[in-house]
Design a protein around this ligand. Structure first.
Ligand code: WQD
Length: 331
């Protein structure tokens, strides 16, 4: 199939493009490089030795999208493009609502005008807010605590309403837990602009000597060692979940929701220890106050994706830590 990937030069987008190409799909990438750069295109070519098409532009721009759809016979769309920094969303809510909602609405309208109804959306476990029990299932209550999380929640609602309005839509919402790691080649990986908000890219900058220590946000949570517990999932496993989702939605209409997580929770200190052990590097850290808005623990029940998509995360925490460092130390 010919799959349009918005945000296809980003962290998860680029890894999904690689897996789509290696699975025999044709790929069209649209990206405006707002949180990535054009060198990723060459890296995708180096990894896959496959052809793909790229259009530079903003997914909020309907004329740009109409031009792409007029030139390409798109069969399905995977929508990654969007801003995703929790802290930035609190400072700049209008920018987040305009970009994340605006791009999605523009894309869905152009898809409908071109009779393209197969859509996979990049959602997030952040829509579960503060879960009352663990592991988290897809039917858990939903809430948000920041504008970024609200954009994910609102887009999910838009898609649910769209699905109810027209049974031609085949939609899959994928709720990611905490993606980390990199392609085994070390050519693509997570490279946020500026100071990383997320723990793993921050740990990598300490491990490679760019920063002197990790600031651990709180060790007084009700968890195994007091630090935050999260369901870290290898980005390549996450990418493969999208391949399965595309195959699933062709066979199954309507709207489906799946957690993409491993079902295992690791604390911040356990993550640091794994990075040190696997890569034989030092990762100094200091315990600080909790980060406002953080929850103690979050990990998935991935059984629905296992059952319906035939998908399961295959890579463990050690491989995630090895691949993350392999990428970070090459840059
Ligand atoms: C993980 C753990 C922190 C940084 C966020 C978004 C989510 C998704 C993934 C986009 C927590 C601790 C972190 C640091 C630390 N993003 N930490 N020092 O907050 O679980 O999820 O990123 O889709 O939507 O909410 O990820 O990596 O920021 O934090 O101690 O410098 O690491 O307290 O326990 P989070 P994270």
């Amino acid at each position: 199939m010919k799959v349009l990937v918005t945000g296809g030069t980003g962290y998860i987008g680029s890894h999904t493009v690689v897996e789509l190409l290696e699975s025999g799909h044709e790929v069209v990438i649209v990206d405006n490089f707002s949180n990535s750069d054009s060198s990723v295109l060459d890296k995708i070519s180096m990894i896959t030795d496959k052809e793909f098409t790229f259009y530079e532009g903003d997914v909020c721009d309907k004329k740009f999208l109409e031009d792409v759809f007029s030139k390409e016979k798109i069969n399905a769309v995977i929508h990654f493009a969007g801003y995703k920094a929790v802290g930035e969303s609190v400072e700049k809510p209008l920018m987040y609502y305009q970009n994340n909602l605006g791009s999605t609405l523009a894309l869905l309208e152009v898809m409908e005008a071109n009779n393209v109804y197969n859509f996979v959306f990049s959602s997030s476990a952040t829509v579960y807010g503060k879960p009352s029990t663990l592991p988290i299932k897809e039917d858990f209550p939903l809430s948000a605590t920041n504008p970024y999380g609200y954009t994910k929640l609102m887009i999910e609602q838009i898609l649910k309403d769209l699905s109810k309005s027209n049974d031609k839509w085949n939609i899959v919402l994928l709720r990611y837990f905490n993606p980390i790691g990199a392609h085994e080649s070390g050519l693509i990986g997570e490279q946020p602009n500026g100071i990383p908000n997320n723990i793993m890219p921050y740990i990598m900058r300490v491990a490679t000597g760019q920063y002197d220590k990790v600031h651990v946000f709180g060790n007084d949570y009700d968890t195994k060692d007091g630090t935050g517990v999260r369901d870290y999932i290898h980005v390549v496993d996450l990418a493969n979940g999208h391949i399965k989702a595309i195959e699933y939605l062709i066979e199954n209409g309507g709207l489906s929701i799946f957690n993409l997580g491993t079902g295992n929770g690791y604390s911040v200190l356990e993550l640091i220890e794994n990075v040190k052990k696997v890569n034989n590097v030092e990762v100094p850290y200091v315990i600080e106050d909790r980060r406002p808005g953080d929850i103690a623990a979050c990990y998935a029940d991935p059984s629905l994706a296992n059952e319906k998509l035939g998908w399961k995360a295959e890579r463990g925490i050690e491989e995630m830590c090895k691949d993350a460092y392999n990428f970070a130390s090459k840059k």
